[in-house]
Write a protein that binds this ligand. Structure first.
Ligand SMILES: [Zn+2]
Length: 187
């Protein structure tokens, strides 16, 4: 029996409705047979990544659903020379429960993502969550204990490192301090 621990984090629906509506209209047809895919390209620094909206609740190759993340500088910074090798081998499991957003399995270091969150969440939050979770993927590979219960969530060294990296990326995207603090607000 594996332990699944989900991140506690901001309310994903906040400000997301309009984004999702306009995103659907721009949805790219035919890129994937199983996922509606969007290209996030309206930011200060355009991103050419695709974030799936409709996913089956099963386990898959990460790059089959999150296309383009292997080219994101913030991700390459996380894994360095190992980037291609790690991302090629990374798996993601989509789960159906409405509890939780995204996380990393402390059993074998794969990514966990809520199908409901992908469908209803704000794409920018989801993008930043992926950047955040990939830091945990690296930490897991380094043998760090991801969910050290001797720390509160916000004080846990693995979380501090992941949030620092995510905030840096949020700034690069041109997010304001208010937007970043909304994103970081733990509910
Ligand atoms: Zn985290």
């Amino acid at each position: 029996m594996q332990t699944l621990i989900y991140e506690t984090r901001p309310n994903p629906s906040k400000g997301g409705v309009q984004d999702m509506a306009s995103m659907s209209r721009r949805g790219v047809e035919g890129v994937s047979a199983v996922a509606k895919v969007v290209t996030v390209n309206e930011l200060a620094s355009p991103l050419n990544v695709q974030i799936p909206m409709e996913v089956p609740t099963s386990r898959h190759r990460f790059l089959d659903y999150f296309r383009g993340f292997e080219k994101v500088e913030a991700v390459r910074e996380t894994f360095g020379e190992e980037s291609d090798r790690v991302l090629e081998g990374l798996q993601v499991e989509f789960f159906g429960s409405k509890l939780g957003y995204m996380g990393v399995s402390d059993e074998d270091g794969y990514l966990l993502a809520s199908a409901d969150y992908l469908k209803n969440g704000n794409w920018r939050d989801i993008y930043l969550d992926v950047v955040h979770e990939l830091v945990h993927v690296r930490q897991f590979k380094e043998g760090k204990e991801l969910f050290d219960e001797s720390f509160e969530y916000v004080d846990r060294p693995t979380e501090l490192q992941a949030y620092r990296h995510t905030v840096k990326e949020a700034r690069r995207l041109g997010m304001t301090d208010d937007e970043i603090s909304d994103y970081l607000k733990v509910t």
